[in-house]
Design a protein around this ligand. Structure first.
Ligand code: ANZ
Ligand code: ZN
Length: 802
């Protein structure tokens, strides 16, 4: 009997589908295990894509075997630029391309033997799906969290669309690498900062990798400070600055505003060097935010001649500069310059010969010559002199408040979410512009607003969506006054559909609501979410929408994903990213055709720690295939009775393996779980016979990793039901505990007693346990232990001093 993986895998995949083996939703204990659903690209899956899916599948199978009802769904995130650009290049309509790509993806995934319930399959481009994406948008709009704005936004000249801040990587378009421009245009914006504090606060609740939480904290970038008013002398105008260091204000010797600051325009008639100023503003436009704020870049700016501000505490007149190191989009777009205590201000002041006035003193020894940027004690600060920085900040803000010259404020680095795209392939924004009524929502009964099926959908580049050119679609009657009106023609960004898809999997066919309330309560939050990347995009956006839906009573929890497991990539054998461009892509279909899906699955889990990026190595699959061959052959040695084993290693190994595999899968340590299964098989092999019960247990342990071969061997044991309906084995904790060893306890090199120690006893534990021995205690007590030598399982020695 040969191990014919091809035949076995096909057979069981059909059986599971036909019997609904994984649809145990009625079980009282439930688990929702979710993958970040893919964008179905034109090139299909490479071996890197399924790594996370295999991991979640192993976990989902463990949970089912432990008696849980498990939802483990799959679907497609198919709107957005990649699909549209692929379609333009290949001259097919995006809807056709998406359909074809999904077919390819699905075929590939089905060969791997996942527990996916295809009856729950969703597709973000399906009008029955995006009806609800539009519905959520309308709720946001009704609550004032979606609004129209004309502020300059990031524009990618190559992708020909506006972008959000999250779409940038170091000032460039994340998608195509072009340097983005600032472009003033009409757009729809979501007020994501309304949830900034809640998103920050609730990170504490989440069982997520610390790195991802930290990335979100930094992205949100909460900053507590004070807004201070500086009046412009001889005018009614004021400049508000944002500072986190109010305590340094006696060291403020000038004020700087961003070139885009509205005051610059308003005060133009008074400014004597207007031409110089205009030139400077033009030069700024050509720079990216990154170029402007980088610490090491040469600071530039110009003095505004003819106007001055008044220092709120001293009444002194101070010069005003325009400088591009101040960003218009952060705080108030203006700062108070404190060259003695801020690095940027220091560089600026030195360049322009501005006064540097110390107002904070180091409470420890000062380092001469360096800009002292930390908190300290105030000097040269009138009645505040002598206070600590913290005390001064409180006293000063109280005074400002009393004088109506300032107040405490909180700022966020995170910007509002620019939500409209000037592209075709996205969800239409369900709003109507009426000449009489203004912006009017599409009535809920008229949802979805379907994307018109057109031949030409190339971007216009004018800042208008290609939809704007489709008169038949654009011109509608206003739902309120029935007068002539026009549809909103911008579409939603690629990230809209993925903000809530996990809710739809629970209730994918509901036509009355996006999710049934009872079902939502049962399954949400997602217990384990598996994926990579997206730390500050999808995972922030989805949390924002979820929190909004929570406030609307649509969902019952404040967070969508309880636990997150982040995966490392699979790199190509050459150590580079797998890509068509490098010609180093490996297709899972080929690997499965040669070695089988089970060998492929085990290899991906065995490669190394889950969260690490590791290069592909086909020899590794050869190895896991060999392991399965051994497993297959063991069936010929089965005995109905447990015969005395000659192999003393086998003793408690089965119990230890149950413990290890259970705990390791729970902890996403798949590689060590697999290696313990390999050890067990090697020990089985050393005996002439394998006891049937032991083999049976081993098959269940292996089943989450290699579902097909174990199901086949299981049925060969005469079992009538699927192995995935069997209970997960329990171990005897006594037998599973680590091996102990008797070791001699030495005092000054002489063995004085012996103790039993587990092999994994730590040095500190070993010391305590040794001193618990009466003989040793008597010898050591009162003396100084100069050295304590401990080699687990071998040596324990107290070296005593005089
Ligand atoms: C005076 C001062 C003195 C400052 C000092 C710092 C140190 P975070 O923590 O990132 O919020 N700032 C305010 N608005 C700005 C803008 N639009 N563009 C560039 N810089 C801006 O940083 C807050 C500090 O960044 C503020 O506190 C302000 O400089 C600067 F010894 O005010 B500080
Ligand atoms: Zn681009």
């Amino acid at each position: 009997m040969k191990y014919d993986s091809k035949k076995i895998e096909k057979k069981w995949q059909l059986y599971w589908e036909k019997n609904g083996t994984y649809r145990q939703y009625q079980r009282p204990k439930k688990q929702y295990i979710l993958d970040m659903f893919p964008y179905p690209s034109g090139v299909g899956l490479h071996v890197g894509h399924p790594k996370g899916y295999i991991a979640s599948d192993v976990y989902a199978r463990l949970k089912q075997l432990q008696g849980y009802g498990v939802i483990h769904p799959m679907g497609w995130d198919a709107f957005g630029l990649p699909a549209e650009q692929y379609a333009i290049k290949n001259k097919v309509h995006p809807s056709v391309a998406v359909k074809e790509n999904i077919t390819t993806f699905k075929k590939q995934l089905q060969k791997i033997g996942f527990t996916y319930d295809w009856e729950r399959e969703i597709n973000t481009t399906d009008p029955e799906y995006y009806r609800w994406t539009q519905w959520i948008f309308l709720q946001l709009w009704k609550k004032g969290l979606a609004y129209e704005s004309y502020d300059p936004i990031n524009w990618c000249p190559s992708c020909q669309t506006g972008l959000s801040n999250e779409d940038l990587e170091q000032g460039r378009c994340e998608r195509c690498g072009s340097v983005v421009e600032k472009r003033p245009m009409r757009q729809w914006v979501l007020r994501i900062t309304a949830y900034a504090d809640k998103m920050l606060r609730d990170l504490k609740k989440l069982d997520w990798p610390e790195g991802v939480k930290e990335a979100q904290r930094n992205w949100i970038g909460r900053s507590e400070g004070v807004e201070v008013v500086f009046y412009v002398a001889n005018t009614e105008e004021e400049i508000r600055v944002f500072t986190t260091r109010l305590d340094t204000i006696y060291g403020c010797t000038y004020v700087v505003v961003a070139p885009e600051h509205p005051l610059v325009k308003r005060l133009e008639p008074r400014i004597k060097n207007g031409n110089e100023m205009k030139e400077y503003l033009a030069a700024t436009k050509r720079k990216t935010d990154l170029e402007r704020t980088e610490l090491n870049k040469d600071k530039t700016g110009i003095l505004l001649q003819g106007i001055e501000v008044i220092h709120p505490f001293t009444g002194e007149r101070l010069p005003i500069y325009v400088a591009d190191y101040v960003l218009a989009t952060y705080g108030n777009g203006a700062v108070m310059g404190v060259p003695a205590h801020d690095e940027r201000d220091s560089a600026f002041a030195k360049k322009y010969g501005l006064e540097i006035r110390q107002s904070i003193e180091n409470m420890q020894a000062a380092e001469p010559g360096e800009v002292f940027i930390e908190d300290g004690r105030l000097v040269n600060s009138k009645e505040f002199t002598g206070l600590t920085s913290a005390e001064a900040r409180e006293k000063m803000v109280a005074w400002l408040k009393k004088e109506k010259l300032g107040k405490k404020v909180v700022n966020y680095k995170m910007r509002e979410w620019v939500f409209s795209r000037q592209r075709y392939w996205g969800e239409p924004i369900p709003l109507i512009h009426c000449e009489q009524c203004g912006v009017v929502p599409v009535p809920e009964k008229d949802l979805p607003v379907k994307l018109p099926n057109v031949k030409s959908y190339e971007p216009t580049g004018t800042g208008e969506s290609p939809l704007a050119g489709i008169a038949k679609w654009v011109n509608v009657k206003c739902p309120v006054c029935h007068g002539p009106a026009k549809r909103e023609t911008n579409t939603m960004p690629q990230w809209a559909g993925s903000c809530w898809y996990y809710l739809r999997f629970i209730d994918p066919k509901n036509t009355k609501a996006l999710v049934d309330k009872k079902k939502e309560k049962v399954w949400i939050p997602v217990d384990v979410y598996v994926g990579g990347d997206h730390a500050t995009r999808h995972l922030i956006y989805a949390r924002f929408w979820h929190k909004f839906l929570y406030d609307q009573g649509v969902v019952s929890t404040s967070e969508p994903f309880s636990r997150l497991e982040f995966l490392g990539l699979i790199l190509a054998a050459d150590g580079r990213k797998m890509s068509k461009r490098w010609g180093n892509v490996i297709n899972p279909d080929d690997v499965i055709a040669e070695f089988g899906a089970d060998a492929f699955r085990i290899y991906e889990m065995f490669m190394g720690p889950f969260e690490q990026s590791i290069a592909w190595n086909t020899n590794g699959v050869v190895g896991t295939r060999r392991f399965l061959e051994k497993t297959w052959k063991l069936q010929n040695r089965i005995t109905e009775q447990e015969l005395p084993s000659k192999n003393k290693n086998l003793g408690n190994l089965l119990h230890k393996t149950i413990k290890k595999v259970t705990e390791d899968i729970e902890a996403f340590k798949f590689n060590t779980a697999v290696s313990s299964l390999m050890i067990l098989v090697n020990e089985f092999e050393k005996d002439e016979s394998v006891y049937r019960d032991s083999y049976r247990t081993f098959l269940i342990l292996l089943a989450p990793f290699a579902p097909h071969i174990t199901e086949e061997l299981w049925s060969k044991l005469g079992e009538k039901q699927s192995i995935f309906l069997a209970p997960w084995p329990k171990y005897n904790p006594k037998l599973a505990s680590e091996e102990t060893k008797t070791i001699g306890v030495q005092v000054n090199g002489k063995v004085r007693s012996t103790i039993e120690l587990a092999l994994d006893t730590s040095e500190a534990e070993a010391k305590v346990l040794a001193l618990a021995d009466a003989k040793i205690k008597a010898l050591v007590n009162g003396k100084k232990v100069q050295k304590f030598i401990y080699v687990p399982g071998r040596i324990l020695n107290f070296v005593l001093g005089e």
